[in-house]
Design a protein around this ligand. Structure first.
Ligand code: FAD
Length: 386
């Protein structure tokens, strides 16, 4: 699967239902649902309140979750989750936990306080372990805090050739246990986890590929893992023109799980501290500095940082940039404007607008390119122009 496909897919893989299913669902929608009355998005560049960039820690072979003995200690690696780190965080931690428990140590260290380190810490605490986190940054400074915040467990996770049946099976188990964990976090104050509806809009029929569809860039082929967990996603619905307010010829409605990352990170941190966790600021320049830690079992959850720390060049940065517009609580729907490189996620800390750059794969530049986000907001604004 290529890059532009991926943008559409990762934002709404709920779109994957069969055409016949769409038609049936559309009949139901026509029978029972009135046309949606949607608050317009006030999409103007002067309403951008933040532009952030982070790099996805992509590995062709997928995340590294394994233990090794070094410096007389056990190091459990849990890094390299590409564009799926938040989505797979609980499942990845469930896979790493037996490696921790096998050491029989009751006090462990976790290096890293992003999506993976924090969730690993919570899973370890729930298993009765005492956890000390060491990290250079904590939320909201970590790269994880600059993510989009969507359930996208197959996004830039591995290359097609590495998606063996065994890998796919492990991925499915991780995705399913993560999904279950997130459903238990619904309905909490601040909506750390939520669901919303969204609309995929298109100038051409959905079964027609976009011109130059994704073949003009250097991203690898990604596997189509999504089919294995289709039952976890509400099906998307094709809408007739009178069933939506947008002036585009083709529209679908999807339903998407979202992470409100500010509230969710705060929740994880608060619960970690409440259960006796400790966090210490520390920047490790060499892996051998792990030898100086008092804990004998250490989780390495340094994400993209593992590339420098371990000299692990299997980690490839995939740059991603998002902008936030002034929050509009009345806008509770997402948008994907197919072929126009715009995705909107209705987060509580602002309407998140994502657009891809021309050369994101292998790009470690974390300097914001405001022009890219302004152009995306302009394109979005045209949908709501009088
Ligand atoms: C634009 C964009 C959008 C994304 N959207 C989504 C999404 O919608 N859904 C999804 O599931 N995923 C998404 N992702 C992917 C997700 O953000 C990553 O997979 C995830 O953040 C990786 O988390 P991590 O904890 O491994 O890394 P990080 O967040 O980078 O955390 C690493 C931690 O290790 C620490 N560290 C690193 N090196 C050192 C060192 N040498 N010494 C001490 N501490 C160190 C850091 O300070 C930090 O605390 C997105 C990524 C991008 C770029």
């Amino acid at each position: 699967m290529h890059r532009r496909d991926l943008l559409l897919r990762s934002a709404s893989t709920a779109l994957a239902a069969l055409p016949g299913t769409h038609a049936r669902a559309a009949d139901q929608a026509a029978a029972f649902a009135p046309p949606a009355a949607l608050a317009p998005i006030r999409a103007r560049p002067d309403r951008i309140i933040d532009v952030s960039v982070c790099t996805r820690p992509f590995r062709a072979q997928g995340p590294r979750i394994e233990a090794e003995r070094r410096f007389g200690k056990t190091i459990v690696h849990n890094y390299g989750h590409g564009g799926s780190g938040w989505s797979l965080s609980w499942g990845a931690a469930m896979f790493a936990l037996p490696l921790l428990l096998a050491t029989r140590e009751r006090h462990i260290a976790i290096v890293g306080c992003g999506a993976i380190g924090l969730t690993m810490a919570r899973v370890a605490q729930r298993a009765g372990l005492r956890v000390h986190i060491y990290c250079k940054e904590r939320p909201p400074e970590v790269r994880s805090s600059a993510a989009t915040g969507m359930w996208s467990p197959e996004s830039r996770l591995c290359t097609l050739e590495h998606a063996t049946p065994a890998f796919a099976q492990q991925w499915e188990a991780m995705a399913r246990s993560s999904f279950k964990a997130f459903q238990r976090l619904l309905g909490l104050p601040g909506d750390p986890i939520g669901w919303h509806d969204g609309y995929t809009l298109s100038d051409i029929p959905f079964d027609q590929p976009l011109p130059g569809n994704g073949h003009s860039n250097d991203e690898p082929e990604y596997p189509d893992l999504e089919a294995r967990i289709r039952d976890l996603r509400p099906r998307s619905v094709v809408l007739a023109p009178h069933e939506h307010p947008f002036r585009v010829p083709h529209a679908r409605r999807y339903t998407q799980m979202t992470f409100n990352l500010a509230a969710y990170s705060r929740l994880l941190l608060d619960e970690f501290m409440r259960d006796g966790g400790e966090i210490e600021q520390r920047d490790f320049v060499h892996l051998r500095q792990f030898a100086g830690l008092k804990e004998r079992t250490i989780v390495n959850a340094t994400g993209y940082g593992a590339r420098a720390l371990l000299g692990d060049h299997s980690i490839i940065p995939v740059r991603g940039q998002t902008a936030r517009l002034v929050p509009q609580p009345e806008v509770s729907y997402g948008l994907i404007y197919r072929g126009h490189n715009v995705v909107v996620v209705p987060r509580r800390d602002g309407l998140l607008v994502q657009a891809q750059g021309e050369r994101d794969f292998g790009n470690h530049n974390t300097e914001p390119d405001r022009g890219l986000s302004e152009a995306a907001v302009e394109r979005l604004g045209r949908l709501f122009a009088a």
